[in-house]
Design a protein around this ligand. Structure first.
Ligand code: 5RP
Length: 269
């Protein structure tokens, strides 16, 4: 592996082999969704606790100080919306030159396996890998399910992750599942990070699945709404960080969350 590729991956995946990516990219198809109306306000208190931020170029330019040194994963696919015909009908929205200009550490793209746009989105991934590898930029493939959340079975997720890795993704984002998640990770020859999906009922559920997924081989998360839509997002990201980087149990994470949720926010400055 070339130095540039190795160095960028080392920025994203910490020395313990784990990673906490914070996605704030949802506006690219959801618009100003709940608690992401003003992305800079969502990002500012959380930035110091993540290992990398997953954003579009629009949010990067508008909401992130260029003096930022936190690695950026640039979302480079899109072209659909919540009110359009099919969320899966994505194309590549951002060139590799733009990713270089914006000093991205990686680029991220969705694939929609099993959808009417499977072929198109897999070829998008292939093209992006060809272009990004030329410059030593890792590609994170986002195995997306669109509105069909029920698709999150181990068999389906394993299929998506393996295909993404075979095409050349350096990291794959998928969903945790209750039954057989270890098979999803085992069948994927590159690191797997887990998304959270829509906000769930309790924080403990989130801590439990992240902990379980890591025991089964995931290296961490690319998890958004269950952090920044929580009433206590800083306590939430710190508790998740403890699971990922300090091997906290779900119970320890819950105790941390409870003890931190009313702490006043301390600005990084
Ligand atoms: C949205 C995405 C997100 O990056 C991914 O789904 C993780 O976010 P969440 O935990 O909120 O599901 O790809 O398009």
């Amino acid at each position: 592996m070339e130095w540039g590729m190795k160095n960028r991956l080392a920025q994203l995946i910490k020395q313990d082999g784990r990673a906490l990516f914070l996605p704030i990219d949802h506006g690219y198809f959801q618009g100003p969704t709940k608690r992401l109306e003003e992305p800079e306000k969502t990002i500012e208190p959380l930035l110091q606790y993540c290992d990398a931020l997953f954003v579009t170029r629009g949010v990067l330019r508008a909401a992130i100080d260029p003096n930022n040194t936190k690695p950026i994963i640039l979302r480079v696919s899109g072209g659909t919306s919540m009110v359009g015909k099919d969320l899966a009908n994505e194309g590549i929205t951002t060139s590799i030159e733009e990713a270089l200009r914006l000093n991205a550490s990686a680029v991220g793209i969705s694939i929609f396996v099993g959808s009417d746009y499977e072929h198109q989105t897999l070829l998008n991934l292939a093209r992006l890998v060809d272009e990004a590898e030329r410059y030593g930029i890792p590609v994170m493939a986002v195995t997306a399910v669109g509105k069909e959340l029920e698709k999150r079975s181990a068999r389906y997720l394993a299929l998506c992750c393996r295909i993404a890795a075979e095409i050349g993704a350096r990291v794959v984002k998928t969903y945790w599942c209750d039954d057989g998640f270890e098979k999803v990770v085992r069948g994927c020859p590159v690191p797997v990070v887990m998304a959270g999906g829509p906000q769930v009922e309790t924080e403990f559920e989130v801590f439990r699945f992240i902990h379980d997924g890591i025991q089964k081989g995931a290296i961490g998360v690319n998890l958004g709404r269950n952090i920044w839509q929580n009433d206590f997002p800083v306590a939430m990201i710190k508790a998740i960080r403890a699971i990922i980087h300090e091997n906290a149990t779900p119970e320890e994470a819950r105790d941390l969350f409870e003890s931190m949720k009313h702490e006043p926010l301390v600005s990084k400055a």
